[in-house]
Write a protein that binds this ligand. Structure first.
Ligand SMILES: Nc1nc2c(c(=O)[nH]1)N[C@H]1C(S)=C(S)[C@@H](COP(=O)(O)O)O[C@H]1N2
Ligand SMILES: [Mo]
Length: 418
């Protein structure tokens, strides 16, 4: 778990951290501050004012429920993304959770129901006594990099750049072990697991956020997570307990889990059927799309992707040898066999040196030295896995009105002085 850093500029020193932390603490104790934060939205409110303990340099896209992104210059400084830098995406908010402080809730209950021989309830205290597992994994919103679609056609949703993701260490109890320990026998007809959190919709009566995942995957991979990067799970990231399925989009990792339902069908919930799905057949740019269970796929396994961490967009360089570096990942289901970089719009590619992390679900760091000529240069990167999956040169082939699941080649424009 030692965050052996990617080779990057120095991070905040301790004094800065202490200063930041105390600012956040003061802000959080000002009465009525929350209401102020919610009203003034994007412009006035910094991340640490909105969510206590977050770094004030994070990008605040929206304070309606919480959409906060990590700039790449901060994200690239750590192999394991610290809690104060990790992005946040709330569709709904559980009161009192806009903080990185841990939840002290040993009595928190999760109901196990549906196709079980007998329904059961497990508490956080019971979970904390079971053997825990660590998994290093990429936590990525399925809207990450949405702004890249704008090069072809704008989409709905906040314009995330590449920072609606982080690389974290999730520690928790495998779902299969939870089921076994409480003696809940799953009936053979069960095929899906639907997770629901304690948070409620902004408007009363609106559909509550929940998601279904295939039970076979859940039994193999999902954890009921109690800790993040070796510390108790911060409230804002779902503390005290969150369902995490490595290799899946973060969207499916339901925070503040309160119920797990075993069923023979996917949930018909609006957030699971009407949102967070990708069209199965390509759409024409600008075409409307209403997702149903039949015409679309849910945001389960992450598409293969790479992101350039250095140089950053707009960098001014000296022409000549330049090291290009970044990270790559996929759903962990097949080995990433190459990451390649192009300086000629994809006509030719140079292979980067790839480092394999212990966990197949974690960021795979890569780097390569290339010769950058004087002038304006566009650097591209793409990852390829053992099944031949890669990133399309034209990411807009996956265009959809909600701007989900971008995985086009990454592109960074730099200027080199001769
Ligand atoms: N209960 C609950 N879980 C949730 C959400 C939510 O609104 N409520 N948002 C989801 C979405 S869309 C994302 S991308 C991730 C964000 O995780 P983070 O805020 O811990 O970074 O949480 C997911 N889990
Ligand atoms: Mo998301």
């Amino acid at each position: 778990m030692d965050p052996s850093p990617l080779p990057q500029p120095p991070r905040l020193n301790r004094r800065d951290f202490v200063a930041l932390a105390s600012t956040a603490a003061i802000v959080a104790t000002v009465p009525g501050n929350r209401a102020f934060a919610a009203e003034s939205a994007e412009t006035a409110v910094s991340a640490d004012q909105f969510i206590s303990g977050k770094d004030q340099r994070l990008i605040v896209h929206s304070t309606k429920t919480g959409e906060i992104e990590t700039p790449l210059e901060l994200l690239r400084q750590h192999r394991v993304t610290p809690k104060d830098l990790l992005f946040v995406r709330n569709n709904q908010v559980l009161p009192e959770t806009l903080t990185v402080a841990p939840a002290q809730s040993p009595d928190w209950r999760i109901e196990l129901k549906g196709l079980l021989e007998t329904p059961r309830t497990v508490t956080v205290q019971q979970l904390s006594k079971l053997p825990q597992q660590d998994v290093e994994l990429v936590l990525q919103c399925s809207g990450n990099s949405r702004s890249r679609y704008e090069e072809s056609l704008k989409t709905d949703g906040v314009p995330w750049k590449n920072g609606a993701m982080g690389n974290i260490v999730a520690r928790g109890v495998p779902l299969a072990a939870v089921i076994e320990s409480c003696g809940a026998k799953v009936q053979p007809t069960a095929r899906y697991l639907t997770a629901e959190g304690k948070d409620l919709p902004l408007k009363t009566g609106a559909p509550d956020f929940e998601h279904s995942i295939p039970l076979a995957d859940a039994l193999q991979k999902s954890l009921l997570v109690l800790s993040l990067n070796g510390e108790p799970l911060p409230k804002v990231h779902g503390g005290p307990v969150r369902l995490v399925t490595p290799g899946y989009y973060a969207t499916m990792n339901v925070k503040w889990v309160s119920a797990l339902t075993f069923s023979d069908q996917e949930s018909s919930n609006y957030h699971h059927v009407g949102r967070y799905r990708n069209p199965r057949a390509p759409l024409k740019l600008g075409a409307p799309f209403e997702s149903t269970l039949d015409n679309s796929d849910p945001h389960w396994n992450m598409r293969i992707k790479s992101v350039i961490f250095a140089p950053l967009e707009g960098a001014k360089l000296t022409a000549g040898q330049v090291e290009v570096s970044g990270v790559a990942w996929n759903d962990g289901g097949s080995k990433i066999v190459a990451v390649e970089v192009s300086l000629d719009d994809g006509a030719t590619w140079r292979r980067a040196e790839l480092t394999y992390p212990a966990s197949p679900y974690a960021w795979h760091p890569w780097k390569v030295k290339v010769h950058v000529p004087p002038g304006n240069v566009k650097l591209l990167s793409r990852a390829v896995d053992a099944l031949g999956n890669s990133q399309p040169l034209d990411g807009a082939i996956h265009w959809n009105p909600a701007g989900y699941s971008w995985n086009g080649v990454d592109a960074v424009r730099v200027t080199a002085q001769g």
